[in-house]
Design a protein around this ligand. Structure first.
Ligand SMILES: Cc1ncc(COP(=O)(O)O)c(C=O)c1O
Length: 289
């Protein structure tokens, strides 16, 4: 069963979608993207994702091609059309680039329309071993640019960092810039330090993750002490628990950092609690009409 995508106003099988090689997304990585999980056929935190998309398009001066109402209609349609191929649990990827123009670094002189592409893939359930064993991560210098709050399609730094983690039998690289821990190559970071759940504050050094915000909300709701503060590499090494959050991986417990055990080397108690709250939130979304 072929998956269905949306390209500039048309729904079509993904393998038939074609973009010009002069698209600035292809030539320069001149675009913005979002990844939205779908649970029980429902788009997860859609308003928050659309708000972040608005902020990012404004930041890079790309015209917002659709209203929120139009986005919601087309995204829900993509979910429906992909139900035969992927079922009710999907991962939706959307990308808006500046459009097609003759190559030149500056914005094109003549008016161009943004290119809009949306695709769906099956959302894979997380491996059961994660809850039993957790995952390994490495630390690495943050080699990316200084506008990491923008969800840009220019991801070469992130790609190289993630591959470095894979090459070292880890799942993620936790990044350090100017003596501070920022986030993962494709995830946000939480650490349990002196029984307080800490995540670095929003700013240009990290992506304002939708999952990060929800985890903070759930912590407040369930009276788990939490705050936004900078974390040093030494504090990270001594943390009782370390978590990585992202839309498709949810909350991963890191039990091995640079080859050494985190806490007692098992997913921690606070992670177990948060996982339950997160699953309850997803269940509620699935049940919504
Ligand atoms: C660099 C980076 N930080 C954080 C995140 C987590 O963001 P979200 O929770 O919105 O998926 C991502 C997601 O891909 C990311 O690429």
């Amino acid at each position: 069963m072929s998956s269905i995508s949306y390209l500039n106003g048309t729904f079509l099988p993904t393998h038939e979608a074609r973009v010009s090689p002069l698209d600035r997304g292809f030539i320069f990585g001149d675009g913005i993207y979002e990844v939205i999980p779908v649970y029980g056929g429902k788009l997860f935190r859609l308003d928050e994702h659309l708000k972040r998309l608005d902020d990012n398009l404004v930041a890079v001066k790309i015209k917002q091609p659709l209203t929120h109402k139009e986005w919601k209609a087309v995204l829900n349609e993509i979910v429906l059309r992909n139900q035969p191929a992927h079922g009710d649990e999907q991962s939706i990827y959307l990308q808006v680039t500046r459009g097609v123009a003759e190559r030149g670094h500056g914005f094109p002189d003549s008016h161009i329309e943004p290119t809009l592409f949306i695709m769906s893939s099956a959302l894979k359930p997380l491996a059961a071993s994660i809850a039993e064993q957790g995952v390994a991560a490495i630390t690495h210098d943050d080699i990316r640019w200084r506008n990491c709050h923008i969800k840009s399609t220019s991801l070469l730094g992130n790609v190289l960092l993630r591959q470095q983690a894979y090459d070292e039998d880890a799942v993620e690289a936790i990044l350090i810039r100017d003596g501070e821990v920022t986030e993962g190559a494709a995830s946000n970071l939480f650490a349990l330090i002196d029984d307080v759940l800490i995540t670095p504050p929003k700013g240009p050094l990290l992506l304002p993750g939708i999952t990060r915000d929800l985890v903070l909300e759930l912590a407040q709701q369930h009276k788990i002490p939490s705050c936004e503060a900078f974390i040093t590499p030494q504090q990270l090494i001594n943390a009782k628990e370390i978590w990585l959050t992202s839309s498709t991986k949810e909350i991963l417990p890191v039990t091995m950092l640079d080859g050494a055990a985190v806490g007692n080397g098992k997913p921690g108690d606070v992670w177990q609690q948060m996982r339950q709250h997160y699953q309850a939130y997803k269940k509620q979304l699935r049940g919504q009409s």
